[in-house]
Design a protein around this ligand. Sequence first.
Ligand code: ATP
Length: 445
Amino acid sequence: MASKPPDLMSTIVSLCKRRGFIFQSSEIYGGLSSCWDYGPLGVELKRNVKEAWWKAMVTNRRDIVGLDAAILMHPKVWEASGHLAGFTDPLVDCKSCKERFRADHLTDLKKCPKCGGELTEVRKFNLMFKTFMGPLEDNSAVVYMRPETAQGIFVNFLNVQQAARLKPPFGIAQIGKSFRNEITPGNFTYRTREFEQMEMEFFVPPEEDVKWYDYWRDKRLAWYKSLGIKPDNLRLRDHAKDELAHYAKACVDVEYKFPFGWSELEGIANRTDFDLKQHSTASGKSLAFFDEETKQHMFPFVIEPAAGADRATLAFLVDAYDVDGEGDNARTVLHFHPSLAPIKAAVLPLVKREGMPEKAEKIYRDLLDNSVRSSFDLNSSIGRRYARQDEAGTPYCITVDGQSIQDDTVTVRERDSREQYRIAATQCVEVIGKKIKEANLCLSA
Ligand code: ATP
């Protein structure tokens, strides 16, 4: 096995562009800083990440339901949640080179880490994007692009609880875009100003908060591992008291060892009853849960696993990346878990004659008709075509050769083991479907 390139991030960024995972936004205009577009392979990968999350958090559970709230919300939401006053990062500028830094990312606030120049005083900078609703651009028309999806869940707490007839402990999950005017975006899709979150608010009786916090911390770490992230590249990091967000009693991050260092993938926070109480006071409408049995009102505590779909996708990409072989034979393989792989199977006729393309086309059609995302590749040598599929992370290749015409069998080649075996052409959907199902069995529910 060849070693990985020294500048792994740059290699991954160029692979992403070349193979259509991720492109720079508005590239033909010189690009828009920190904004990225997902191409044909990337959009499948990210959808599969979100689908795996939704399955683990909603579909396969009896105690969690979903929600899809609007991005724009009443401005009072952000006043009550504390984001208007408190969702700030400390900012400093270098007086010489004009570089801007987050003060909490620096160890020495006297000297610019880039040029050694003098730094300005620390200023607080609110991360929320502002815009105007309707034609008038005055203060009464200001609305904010949500910086987290969670508030859409809190303000709908009673709507959902009553409509779905739920009793704590239960959860409400949501996947959607959030926006933060980050001071220092960067590291590819790791920190951007527009990103997608996968958040779940789990409402529990206050006395059960510690138990559920521990439960979700372990569950969320296990989710990344079950989808193939190497355990050595994952760790949990407890927040120190002075690091906690204004609403949190405790918080632990799931961190991934990115090429640029250990960094947060997901935060699991105990948000207490802060949000429900704040919205009750500010709106004048109580969001307390009423227990029909005990006839008591209660504000549940909230345990929140909050993940980023883009950060998770990047971690799955980086972790799957591998270089196989040496020198001229070295080639890139993305070892995606089959349920995350953008393409599950590639159908490859060995040559362009003797009825092979026609036979392969039938298999390809059959896979698509059964919702197995597949591709068809007719050009260049079979070795090159296998290499192209390895680089896209396709777990199975199906080759139609001379023997296929004689006895109606095809060769299946597995990406990770390189193992090859023959199966009946009519069984492709069944065999590939079974393999993906088996791989999914180890997913943590
Ligand atoms: P950070 O400390 O990295 O700024 P955070 O602790 O403020 O992140 P949370 O508010 O806990 O982040 O948001 C939950 C998740 O949303 C994060 O773990 C991350 O995966 C994702 N996320 C937050 N900010 C961004 C961003 N600017 N770009 C991409 N993903 C983000």
